[in-house]
Design a protein around this ligand. Sequence first.
Ligand code: FPP
Length: 248
Amino acid sequence: MGAADELLAQMRVQGAIPRHVAIIMDGNGRWARERMLPRPVGHRHGMKSVREVVEASIEAGLEVLSLFAFSQENWQRPAGEVSALMSLLEEYIQKETRELHEQGVRVVFLGDLDRLAKPARAAVDRVMALTAPNTKLILNLFISYGSRAEITRAARLLAEDVAAGRMTPAQVDEAALTGRLFTAGCPDPDLLIRTSGEMRISNFLLWQLAYTEIHISPVLWPDFGRGDLYKAILDFQSRERRFGRVSA
Ligand code: FPP
């Protein structure tokens, strides 16, 4: 039995498996710099970690895995890096769709998808339609995503509903706003992992993370694997979640 298998076994006896794990994948650039390689090489290695973590999530029995792949702010990176990331996204879809589908993964892309170039947008729409009936794992891939923009959009949709008389101001409550986020219908993350030791939320799921446990891993994303996911879940299981109340 390998080290990761032992962690998995320990996790299964230690406590409940989180339903939803979200990850801010960070450190691809530093990983490349440490090896004197261009940054896109780090992103390419990061794609391998995506594959491994998706498989580990299925094995662990998660319902939802959310990955922050490309933020709205990332559009401001040098054009060469942006286009490398976009090509990687298309390559990921091309190479992985069949296997993801066979594994029963439902792939959902969330964010301002209208900013994607036409071929990338078409690829994204195709995978979402193909895998929509799958139920083994929901893989949320956040692309061109910013949480403040998501909340602002939800507020605008509510304003439109009120202006059109479809609802009254008094009906604007937490559930109404939650239902207009990209993540509508999805349980909030139980655990947020950020890699590479950074301790920031970086405009990711600000509304949805209200009661989420946070695990900071020192590992750079391209080195992050199955065992690191299981370590984070073990850490999560050792916490006492009170949701603002006192212990039982
Ligand atoms: C953060 O590292 C990572 C990103 C901005 C991109 C994440 C993309 C991938 C893991 C690969 C593609 C994924 C899919 C799903 C196709 P950084 O560049 O900010 O690293 P640094 O902080 O060390 O510079």
